[in-house]
Design a protein around this ligand. Structure first.
Ligand SMILES: NC(=O)c1ccc[n+]([C@@H]2O[C@H](COP(=O)([O-])OP(=O)(O)OC[C@H]3O[C@@H](n4cnc5c(N)ncnc54)[C@H](OP(=O)(O)O)[C@@H]3O)[C@@H](O)[C@H]2O)c1
Length: 271
C-alpha cells in the first residue's frame, strides 16, 4: 500500500534523512516516490547525494504530488514552513509531524484547514531499524491515517499509539532523547573497561552489546527488568559489587530526574 504512495519530507536533516534512507533501504517506498527538502541549496545537493532521492529547497513544489507530507524541520522553523505551505496543502494529504514540542493543534491552526495531522515522536535508531516511534492523532486524523503512519514507522522499529497528546512531552524526554542517554552510558561503561585494562575498541563493543542484549531481553521475554537483574546477580558474586557502586552513584534517581527534567523542558518549549 505504502510503496505506491508519494512522500514529501520537509527537512532532510538528521531525523528526516534517517527516515528517508531507512524507507528506501527497506524497500518500503521506492526512491522515485520520495522527495525531500532542506533550507539551503548546498545541503539539498548533499542530501540528494547521500540518500539518493530527489531534493529541493522549495517546500510547495515538493508537496504538490505527495499523498503524505512529513514535517521534519526544527520546532523553531515550523511556523515559517507552515505559513509557506498553508495554501498549497490539501485536506486529502496526510501530514505527519516529527517536531518536538509542536502540537497537532499548532499545525492545524497554522494550516487553517481540516487537514489530517498525525504527530510522531521517533528517534535516530530508526536508521538501523531499531527506532521507537510514538504516534498520536490530531483532530481530523482517522484510524486509516494512523494506520498509514504506523506502516511507515513500523518499517524502522517499534511503534506505539497514544490518544492523550499531553503525554508526548514525556515520550520526547524518554524515547526521543533516550538514545543520547544510552550513548553516555555506553561511553562511560567503556571508559570503565579501559580503566581496568581492556582495549577501547573491545571495551566499547562489550558495553554496547551488553546494553543491546539487556534491552532485547526486556522486550522479548516480557520479564520485569528487576527479575532479569536478579538472575545476573549471584550471591557474593561480582555483579552485586558493581551494583553497589551504581547505587552509591545514585544511578536510579539520576535517570528518573533525567526524564523528569527533559519532560519539563519539552513542556516549556511547547508553550
Ligand atoms: N535528532 C533527533 O534525534 C530527533 C528525535 C526526535 C525528533 N526530532 C525532531 O525532528 C526535527 C528535526 O530535527 P533534526 O535533529 O533532524 O534537525 P536538523 O538535523 O537540524 O535538520 C533540520 C533540517 O531542516 C532543514 N530546513 C531548515 N529550514 C528549512 C525550510 N525552511 N524548509 C525545509 N527544510 C528546512 C535543514 O536544512 P539546512 O541544513 O539547509 O538548514 C535540515 O535539513 C525537530 O523538530 C526535532 O524536534 C529529532
Amino acid at each position: 500500500m505504502l510503496r505506491e504512495r508519494k512522500i514529501a519530507i520537509l527537512g532532510l536533516g538528521k531525523i528526516g534523512g534517517a527516515l528517508a534512507s531507512s524507507l528506501v533501504r527497506n524497500k518500503i517506498v521506492s526512491k522515485e516516490n520520495i522527495v525531500g527538502t532542506t533550507g539551503h541549496r548546498d545541503s539539498a545537493l548533499e542530501a540528494a547525494k547521500r540518500y539518493g532521492i530527489k531534493t529541493l529547497t522549495d517546500n510547495v513544489r515538493a508537496l504538490a504530488d505527495a499523498q503524505i507530507v512529513i514535517l521534519a524541520v526544527k520546532p523553531q522553523t515550523m511556523k515559517k514552513v507552515l505559513l509557506e505551505i498553508r495554501d498549497a496543502v490539501r485536506d486529502d494529504q496526510l501530514i505527519i509531524t516529527l517536531a518536538a514540542a509542536r502540537t497537532t493543534r499548532f499545525i492545524e491552526e497554522y494550516l487553517q484547514k481540516a487537514v489530517p495531522v498525525v504527530r510522531a515522536m521517533t528517534n535516530t535508531p530508526c536508521l538501523v531499524n531499531a527506532g521507537m516511534t510514538v504516534l498520536c492523532p490530531g483532530r481530523y486524523a482517522s484510524k486509516e491515517h494512523i494506520e498509514l503512519a504506523r506502516e511507515i514507522f513500523a518499517a524502522v522499529g517499534l511503534v506505539a499509539i497514544i490518544d492523550n497528546e499531553e503525554l508526548m512531552d514525556a515520550v520526547t524526554a524518554l524515547s526521543g532523547s533516550g538514545p543520547a542517554y544510552a550513548y553516555i552510558m555506553i561511553e562511560a561503561l567503556a571508559e570503565g573497561g579501559v580503566k581496568v585494562g581492556l582495549p577501547r575498541s573491545l571495551s566499547t563493543i562489550l558495553a554496547a552489546q551488553s546494553l543491546l542484549g539487556a534491552a532485547k531481553m526486556v522486550l522479548e521475554t516480557g520479564e520485569h527488568p528487576a527479575k532479569l537483574k536478579d538472575e545476573v546477580t549471584t550471591p557474593a558474586g561480582v555483579t552485586i559489587d558493581g551494583i553497589m557502586a551504581l547505587e552509591d552513584g545514585g544511578i536510579r534517581v539520576t535517570l528518573i530526574k533525567t526524564v523528569d527534567r527533559a519532560t519539563e523542558k519539552s513542556k516549556e518549549l511547547s508553550q
